[in-house]
Design a binder for this molecule. Structure first.
Ligand SMILES: *[C@@H]1O[C@H](CO)[C@@H](O)[C@H](O)[C@H]1NC(C)=O
Ligand SMILES: *[C@@H]1O[C@H](CO)[C@@H](O)[C@H](O)[C@H]1NC(C)=O
Ligand SMILES: *[C@@H]1O[C@H](CO)[C@@H](O)[C@H](O)[C@H]1NC(C)=O
Length: 385
């Protein structure tokens, strides 16, 4: 009887645990206006960014969503329809959507579950249905819904309303809920959304990036195909960290199966930033179809050196050896740390940033000296005889 009951419970949570809109089979990739432009957006900058993304190698590397964040909306018409700011978007949003689609890309937009957005533009509270219909009419493919001015609402209940409203439009719209971790959205997000923010906003500095990273260590099991933990967008290229730190940021977001949403200026991007954002073998770890989020599997020296690892669909393991210290360090990886049995087997070790094999090793791999705040990202594959 007990057994049968638990089977029923399992079957029920299984059904209830996926948004089922066919999206988010791998973590979303794209760009969002907030981290670089904040409120200073308009159709020109959004369309030029989309054009840049389509041509500079990012689209080819998998980036598809061009996401407009806060400040596009002005007010509501008397019938409740949301009106875009005519100064910033004189031709409306559908015009921008059509252009982005003509480039082979997809468009995202932003709203808020409360009365107002964080920048005091109209929120979707009580207008979820009409807003979802409007977005679908414009050809929107992605919605980020924020949590400002939401008062004492229950996020699970509030976001469910928008989730249902999006579904009712019949248009496939990726749903990114953004309650900054309020009420542990990883426990309910999968039934409602394709991703859920797990932390406060990222800032373009090392401490903020590290805080958001470490908040993921205990929740990796909640993420998977169709719904992803979201430690917030990328800061790569925005200038507040060194390139060594940005490479660590990008490596770790990749192994965490985090959304890869660039947040920098793509119209005027330097070559080094572009090469970080388009590192093919690193992105392949993020986009692996097995969809198991990387976990912190070992720490040395009180966490100064860390090993993050995830299993890949082909049976290999992806690994980030991360030196958070302000001194250089080598890091030793034991096969036992990454659950590859038997622990004596020969593994081919490939460096994913250098895109080259480092050799075949048994039992243990010792990294080169890793600079302060740097990392080495590897793929380990059983050697075939
Ligand atoms: C709406 O939800 C149903 C039930 O989960 C699902 O089968 C369908 O694909 C969803 N439609 C859209 C457009 O998301
Ligand atoms: C559009 O936004 C960009 C980026 O903030 C700004 O440089 C540009 O002057 C704006 N254009 C107009 C017409 O407002
Ligand atoms: C609501 O009003 C706006 C602005 O006047 C108009 O563009 C829109 O078509 C109206 N929507 C409906 C459903 O009547």
């Amino acid at each position: 009887m007990l057994l049968r009951l638990s089977l029923i419970v399992l079957a029920f949570t299984g059904l209830a645990s996926a948004i089922n809109n066919g999206l988010g089979l791998t973590p979303q990739m794209g760009w969002n206006s907030w981290n670089y432009y904040a409120c200073d957006i308009n159709e020109t900058v959004i369309m030029n960014t989309a054009l840049a993304m389509s041509k500079n190698g990012m689209a080819a590397a998998g980036y598809k969503y061009v996401n407009i964040d806060d400040c596009w909306a002005l007010e509501r018409a008397s019938n409740g329809t949301v009106i875009p700011d005519p100064k910033a978007f004189p031709n409306g949003i559908k015009y921008v959507a059509d252009y982005i689609h003509s480039l082979g890309l997809l468009i995202g937009i932003y709203t808020d579950a409360g009365l107002y957005t964080c920048q005091k533009r109209p929120g979707s509270y009580g207008f979820e249905e009409i807003d979802a219909i409007t977005y679908a009419e414009w050809g929107i493919d992605y919605l980020k819904e924020d949590w400002c001015y939401s008062f004492l609402e229950n996020p699970q209940e509030r976001y469910q309303i928008m989730s249902n409203s999006l579904n009712a439009t019949g248009r496939q719209i990726f749903f990114s809920l953004c309650d900054w971790g309020t009420d542990n959205p990883w426990t309910f997000g999968g039934a409602i959304a394709n991703s859920w923010r797990t932390t406060p906003d990222i800032k373009d500095n090392w401490d903020s990036m590290m805080a958001n990273l470490m908040a993921q260590a205990s929740i990796s099991s909640y993420s998977g195909v169709g719904g992803w933990n979201d430690p917030d967008m990328l800061e790569v290229g925005n200038g507040g960290m060194t390139n060594t730190e940005y490479i660590s940021h990008f490596s770790l977001w990749s192994i965490l199966n985090a959304p890869l949403i660039a947040g920098n200026n793509l119209i005027d991007i330097d070559q080094e930033t572009l090469s970080i954002l388009t590192a093919t073998e690193v992105i392949a770890v993020n986009q692996d179809p097995l969809g198991v989020q990387g976990a912190l599997v070992k720490s040395y020296n009180g966490g100064l050196q860390q090993i993050w690892a995830k299993p890949m669909a082909d049976g290999s393991r992806a690994v980030v050896l991360f030196n958070t210290d302000t001194n250089p360090a080598t890091i030793t990886l034991n096969w036992a740390d990454i659950w590859v049995a038997p622990v004596t087997q020969q593994l081919v070790v490939r460096d994913l940033w250098q895109q080259s094999n480092l050799g075949t090793f048994a039992t243990t791999f010792v990294s080169e000296v890793i600079p302060p705040h740097g990392c080495v990202m590897l793929k380990l594959t059983p050697a075939t005889n």
